[in-house]
Design a protein. Structure first.
Length: 297
C-alpha cells in the first residue's frame, strides 16, 4: 500500500519539476530572443568571412564574426547544440509558429493530429541543408556570394527584430522568409532540420561525451517510442547514432520519457535539470555578451 502511495507522489514531483523546467526554458528563450536576436546571423557571417578569405587567398584575420563562430563552435563541442535548443531566435520563431499553427488547426479546423511531413521523408529532407551549406561555401570561395544582396531571409528577420522594415531590395529575402514561415507552420523545426546552413555546420561538430544525450535502451518500456515521437528532429538519442549531430539539445526526449531513461553524464555532477539548464544559459549569456562586445572592437 505504501509503495502505491509513493509512486503517484514521485510522479507528481516529476510533473511539478517538469512544469518549472518548461517555464524556465520559455523564459531563457525569451531572454535570448530579446538580447541576442541576430546571434545566428553573426555566427554564420563568421563561416562566410572565413571561406571568403580562403577563396581570395587572403591571410586569415580575426574579426568579430569569426570570434563569434569560434565561440559558438566551442560552446557546441562542450555543451552540445544548446544554442539551437535555447538561444537561436530563428529556432524560437520556428517553435512559436508551429505551436500557433497547432492551436489553429485544433481550435478552428478541429484537427486531432497536427499536419506534418511523413516521418520517412525527414532523414532525406534533413540532407538538404548540407547541400545549401556546400553551395554557399562554393559561392563564398569564388567571391560571388558577397555580391548577392537581398536574398537572405535571415537578414530580413534580423531587421524585423530591430523593429525596422526590410528594404525594397530585399524582396527575394522577404518572399523566402514567408515561405519558410509557412514551412514552420507545417513541420517542427522546419528551417532548422531541412534548410539551416548554420545547423549543418553544428551537425558536423563533435560533442564531448559528457554532454551527449543517451538513452539506456535495456530499461526501455516495451513498444515505447515516446522520445522519438516527441523529438523535433525525429531521433532517438543514442540509438540513431549516425544522426546524433542533428540533436538540438532541446531535452524534450528527457522530459517525455516515462522511465526517466534519458540523461547525459553531466547530470552526475549537476543532478537538478533546472539548475543545469540555468547554468548553461548563464555561461552562454556571459560568452555571448563578451563576443557581442568584441564586434565593436
Ligand atoms: S538550426 Fe539554424 S535556425 Fe535552427 S536553431 Fe540552429 S542555428 Fe538557429
Ligand atoms: S528531443 Fe532529445 S534527441 Fe531530440 S533533439 Fe531534443 S534533446 Fe536531441
Ligand atoms: S521514451 Fe524512454 S522508455 Fe520510451 S523508448 Fe524512449 S528512452 Fe525508452
Amino acid at each position: 500500500m505504501k509503495q502505491n502511495n509513493e509512486l503517484p507522489a514521485a510522479a507528481q514531483k516529476r510533473k511539478k519539476h517538469l512544469r518549472i523546467k518548461t517555464a524556465a526554458a520559455i523564459l531563457i528563450r525569451l531572454v535570448f530572443f530579446v538580447l541576442m536576436p541576430a546571434a545566428f546571423a553573426a555566427g554564420f557571417n563568421g563561416v562566410k568571412s572565413l571561406v571568403t578569405s580562403i577563396g581570395k587567398g587572403e591571410a586569415l584575420g580575426m574579426n568579430g564574426f569569426i570570434l563569434t563562430l569560434i565561440g559558438l563552435a566551442g560552446f557546441t563541442i562542450v555543451f552540445g547544440r544548446f544554442f539551437c535548443g535555447y538561444v537561436c531566435a530563428f529556432g524560437t520563431l520556428g517553435d512559436a509558429v508551429y505551436a500557433l499553427s497547432g492551436l489553429i488547426q485544433k481550435k478552428i479546423f478541429k484537427r486531432k493530429k497536427q499536419i506534418s511531413f511523413p516521418e520517412k521523408t525527414v532523414p532525406f529532407l534533413q540532407k538538404i541543408k548540407y547541400i545549401i551549406l556546400f553551395l554557399i561555401v562554393i559561392l563564398c570561395a569564388v567571391g560571388v556570394y558577397g555580391n548577392l544582396k537581398g536574398y537572405s531571409p535571415w537578414d530580413v528577420f534580423s531587421k524585423l527584430t530591430t523593429f525596422k522594415l526590410p528594404d525594397e531590395g530585399q524582396l527575394i529575402g522577404i518572399i523566402l522568409l514567408i515561405l519558410i514561415i509557412i514551412g514552420m507552420a507545417l513541420q517542427k523545426r522546419f528551417f532548422c532540420q531541412f534548410l539551416c546552413p548554420m545547423g549543418a555546420v553544428f551537425a558536423f561538430l563533435p560533442v564531448m561525451p559528457f554532454s551527449a544525450i543517451r538513452s539506456h535502451k535495456d530499461s526501455c518500456l516495451k513498444g515505447c517510442s515516446a522520445c522519438r515521437k516527441n523529438c523535433p528532429v525525429h531521433i532517438k538519442p543514442g540509438e540513431d547514432q549516425f544522426r546524433d549531430g542533428e540533436c538540438i539539445a532541446c531535452e524534450k526526449c528527457m522530459n517525455t520519457c516515462p522511465k526517466s531513461n534519458i540523461s547525459r553524464p553531466t547530470q552526475m555532477i549537476i543532478k537538478n535539470e533546472i539548475v543545469s539548464l540555468i547554468f548553461r544559459a548563464l555561461i552562454f549569456l556571459a560568452m555571448g555578451s563578451f563576443l557581442g562586445m568584441c564586434r565593436f572592437w
